[in-house]
Design a protein around this ligand. Structure first.
Ligand code: BES
Ligand code: MN
Ligand code: ZN
Length: 493
């Protein structure tokens, strides 16, 4: 369950909340709410700043208990850094820090006064949504595969109140995006022995069953054989877990309006196949289904918002394993499009499942097709872990997606898909090879996909760097759900 969000206009010093959150800039200047708390507590915040207990640095926070004159038992002061540099990214950072601090407290609800902070070019609705999503990002806990614990003795954060004027739309957007992000994160975090292709199919069916107006169809191996998906099926051949192609539909738009089709890479575990990956770090490849999870999460958000569009979500759920029956380097596959593909590396499997899913997407007569995939390590080398790679030959679509990413701070950065890169995929034995040359691996992977979307408005998001956080304890991020949900919201405006 996501946090519950609500609004209140009670002054911060007299609000009856377990915790009130206010901001302070690093020169000691205070927001309106912090000033009110300071006045009501006879200058307590000012003294705490002067004593150095509050540094007010961006990314820091301090908690104070039982301030005289303040009704709330706790005051959380979030550092905002330099006032002149306080922009959208800084606001998000402060809101995330508030969420991190809240998670550590034994309280069920809190009141945030952060929405009043001035942020250039961002309105109250944006601040409300951003603060809500930041809190929910931290409030999420992964518990699915731990021994069930006794009921926690202390309360856990369940709801967040914002001191802000009427803005129901922003709150419902925050709640919907939070649901989609959580849906994507949970699928991403689950281990590959649980979250296999059948599990993704079951979760999609369960979502459809519990939401009016959502249809779900699962294409089985035999269905895909009939469709001629020789490329996707080759990748699945080494696995004991049969592949599933999940198709979800939401018809919120007018009858006959062309749908937006979302396609996600759902490799539930990527061993590399016969081109086996090295052992170190292979466990991270449970996240190789985060493209599918992100598209399903975006679908969840869109349905929760009942967006007036027609939407199709296709999740290609496949496991890439080595086996006596596995596909091999040098195999030539025939894709659903009819194009043949020379396999040069079985670890470049994402593009092989996506190409058939992208061909299948075309049967819906799409307005636009967008895919998301943890496609290449090269994308992480190029852009690091902050930006998703965006590739498209459609200028308008590029602008819309970049804009949605900038708005939500779930940002993407464009890489070119110029024709000059295409020859890297030349093969002496098939129409195309599944591997480019030494350089520009994210781009040549995008070029491969582009050959299966000719004549369509299409964009590709490489989320290899952004879909999960690094390290032993790194969790799925839920990206690109915020970016794509915003894109869909903007399309409806
Ligand atoms: N799932 C990986 C890409 C990946 C690697 C994502 C590391 C995140 C972190 C993908 O299937 C893959 O193995 N790509 C290869 C492509 C290569 C064989 C052309 C890669 O990036 O090394
Ligand atoms: Mn791979
Ligand atoms: Zn992969």
């Amino acid at each position: 369950m996501t946090l519950k969000f609500s609004l209140s206009d009670t002054p911060p010093e007299s609000t009856d909340s377990p915790c009130v959150i206010v901001g302070m800039y690093s020169d000691g200047s205070m927001s309106a709410a912090a000033t009110r708390i300071d006045k009501a507590s006879a200058g307590a915040l000012k003294r705490l700043f002067e004593s150095g207990d509050i540094t007010a640095k961006l990314g820091s926070s301090s908690i104070f208990f039982g301030l005289a004159g303040i009704k709330s038992g706790r005051v959380l002061v979030v550092g905002l850094g330099e006032k002149a540099k306080f922009d959208a990214a800084a606001f998000n950072r402060a809101a995330l820090e508030a969420g991190r601090a809240l998670k550590a407290l034994p309280i069920a609800s809190a009141t945030s006064c952060l929405v009043e902070l001035e942020v250039a070019d961002r309105d109250a609705a944006w601040k409300l949504r951003t603060a809500a999503l930041a809190a929910d990002m931290h409030a999420y806990r992964y518990t699915a595969t731990f021994k069930p614990k006794d009921e926690p003795k202390t309360a856990r954060l369940e709801s967040l109140v914002f001191t802000s004027t009427e803005n129901k739309r922003a709150l419902s957007e925050a709640a919907a995006i939070a649901s989609g992000v959580r849906f994507a994160r949970e699928l991403g975090n689950l281990p590959p022995n649980i979250c296999n292709p059948a599990y993704i199919a079951d979760q999609s069916m369960a979502f459809a069953a519990s939401h009016d107006g959502v249809e779900c169809e699962i294409l089985e191996r035999e269905d895909m054989e009939k469709l001629g998906m020789g490329s996707l099926l080759a990748v699945s051949r080494g696995s004991a877990n049969p592949p599933k192609l999940v198709v979800l539909k939401w018809n919120g738009g007018s009858k006959g309006a062309k749908p937006t089709v979302l396609v996600g890479k759902g490799i539930t575990f990527d061993t590399g196949g016969i081109s086996l990956k090295p052992g170190a770090g292979m466990e991270e490849m449970k996240f190789d289904m985060c493209g599918a999870a992100g598209m399903l999460g975006t679908f969840v958000s869109a349905v929760e918002l009942a967006l007036p569009i027609n939407l199709v979500c296709i999740a290609a759920a496949v496991e890439n394993m080595p086996d006596g029956n596995a596909y091999r380097p040098s195999d030539v596959l025939t894709s659903m499009s009819g194009q043949t593909i020379e396999v040069l590396n079985t670890d470049a499997e994402g593009r092989l499942i996506l190409c058939d899913a992208l061909t299948y997407a075309q049967k819906f007569d799409p307005e636009v097709i967008i895919d998301a995939a943890t496609l290449t390590g090269a994308c992480v080398v190029a852009l690091g872990k902050h930006a998703s790679g965006l590739m498209t030959q459609d200028e308008e679509l590029a602008a819309q997606l970049l804009d949605a990413g900038n708005h939500t701070l779930d940002r993407a950065w464009r890489l070119p898909l110029w024709d000059e890169y295409q020859s890297a995929l030349d093969s002496a034995f098939a129409d195309v090879a599944n591997l480019g040359g030494k350089y520009g691996g994210a781009i040549t992977a995008g070029c491969f996909l582009s050959r299966f979307t000719t004549g369509f408005r299409w964009a590709h998001l490489d989320i290899a760097g952004t879909a999960w956080n690094e390290g032993r304890k790194g969790l799925a991020t839920g990206r690109p759900v915020p970016l794509l949900t915003q894109y869909l919201i903007n399309r409806c405006a």
